[in-house]
Design a protein around this ligand. Sequence first.
Ligand SMILES: [Zn+2]
Length: 439
Amino acid sequence: MIVLHPSIIITMDKDRRILDNYYLGIDGDKIVYIGKEKPGEYEELIELPGRMIIPGLIDSHTHVAMTLLRGLKDDADLMEWLQKYILPMEMRLKPEDVYYGALYGIAEMLRSGITTFLDMYYHEIEIAKAVEKAGVRAVLSYGSADVFFNRSPEEEFKIAENFRANLEKLAKEKGAEDRLFFAYGPHSPYGCTKELLEIFRDESRRRNIRIHIHLAETQGEFDDIKKKTGYTPITYLNEIGLLSDRVMAAHVVWVAENEFAILREKGVNVLHNPISNLKLASGVCPVPRMLKEGINVALATDGPASNNRLDMFREMHVAAIIHKGVTRDPKTVPAKTVVEMATINAARALGLEHLVGSIEIGKKADLVVINLKHGPHGTPVHDPYSMIVYALDQSYVESVMVNGRWLYYNREYSTIRFDELRETIQEIRDRLMQEAGIS
Ligand SMILES: [Zn+2]
């Protein structure tokens, strides 16, 4: 057992205990001891004075390999951005480009304490390889969109199933079955035909597999789906029978009054991406109302091309202030709730609550060490949640452990050669631009 002895532990357990001066014991990949007394036997004791340990943060919706496209085109309308800039560039991406883009994104994530993420992309098996190599944890979905790619629903579903088989094989081969998870990824109500959505509905039910989807992101989507189907997006998916507590729905900005009850009754998990929604001018997800309704809301960055960072500290900050401005209620979406959205709520959304999301005996050792002495914002400590959300930034993250292994220790990576990787990313960017005839 190795023992950590920080000044503060934010547990996010069911009593939301904050522990001062406790010992935290880790054996293999699990948390095995939390106590006021130093355990009798251990291999190593790491004294961490002035440090606060929080559960590994969970980014519940991203497209991690889009680090390659960060800054390609900003200040544009979502549909224009997607169809004119992003999709044509994505067509040129080789599988290994996606691998390096993902590894680079994971390196960025570790710096802000992200230990688990939910992804949707193409060549998703490459992202699985990057997750495996880096040592983090992820739920991965292939972005199925028969409308975008002009494929039959059956063909498109087969690609998702192929990915599932390959992911399961990789996880087994590498002994990473507790770090690599699968979800179906129908892209959106506009990227998929009704027939494809019905296939996902049936297979998700039959195999108890989660569904990761973009939903009700923009007013354009809201209006188009209504024009095409007679229903607004959430109602449309409900009419198909797709909605359940296995659904992880990103954005959910455009919600008709009667649709809050649908989300609540079906147990849909909402993945809230405040920065992406603001930057793409999609609007603001009605989080205060959702929380009042008892809907599970998790926090997410969205892809690095629409954010443009994979930084949960920045995301927490914006999530905590945006709803106050919109509702003119300073008490709405308090700091503690925001930390819940980035940890335990997100674990629940991803179906991983039994493994991660809090610091409890028996759970996986996914931990973030924050050095409160790094700068002025870590002293004095009044309310640790307020400090995390309003005052600190990712530069306070000193070390990150996933599955009992230090992946980032005293700001050094143990599984990623960052400088080499950065050069590779630049080379890929140059090649893509050359191929596209843009210098
Ligand atoms: Zn997205």
